[in-house]
Design a protein around this ligand. Sequence first.
Ligand code: DGL
Length: 275
Amino acid sequence: MKPNHASTQPIGIFDSGIGGLTVAHAIVRYLPKENIIYFGDTAHLPYGDKSTAAIQAYSVKIAHMLLQQECKLILIACNSASAAAYELVKEYIGSKALVTNVIDPTVRLLKEKYASRHIGLIGTRQTVNSHIYKKKIDELNLNIRLSSHATNLLASAIEEFGDHQVLDSLLRVYLSHPNLRNIDALVLACTHYPVIKNKILEQYVSSNHNTIDIIDSSDIVAQAVKKQLETHNLLNANGVCSKHFYVSDYTESFAANARLFFGEEITLEHYPLWD
Ligand code: DGL
């Protein structure tokens, strides 16, 4: 960290779109005194089907923008970008800000509570194909059996329909996949999914006839960010906070859906990062 970093500087949060607002909301709940700058790259949504190289290029440019806004910590609130670009963003930012992702705090929770268990995971194609969770779990020798399934259409369906029963048939198909049988817990490895976590549990139970824990990482990530700021003496005690929510492509439908993901009314502003 630069020695002149101040606790009043903002936390920068980014995602492929507005799904990361689920994490942003948890950050606001756990850290109500912090200044927040959120950037949703709606111009490139979804990241889940993009190449690793494309996600890396987008992520570095967004991180650069957040650094220009003097963020003290940059949170990659997207599993797909955390999988594809965390190491690169960290290297790019160096000591100019703290950088964190949504995967490591979840893996730490698995270590604490689920060692030697059978865990299922659903996420985008990018996240699942990266095998990032398995690599991190194996590095820690947790003896967890991880069974993943890519649920490609789910993020877009949630944006389109929200927590609507039309998602039930899609969930039934995804959650009855043989990879997800006989698991003890299911990791929601996409920041869009917490919006429908009750529906995911319901559909899992009705398709598999057993109940499981649902692991929604938003709260875990917010707690990890709080701890990281505490460790670096960067918690904002000031209490005068501002919040800005930017998107790279503004449409009425993103604006209308922002409430669904954030859980309360917010105003999205257009930030023409790619123009
Ligand atoms: N929110 C993103 C994630 O956590 C998924 C949405 C997308 O494909 O862009 O992976």
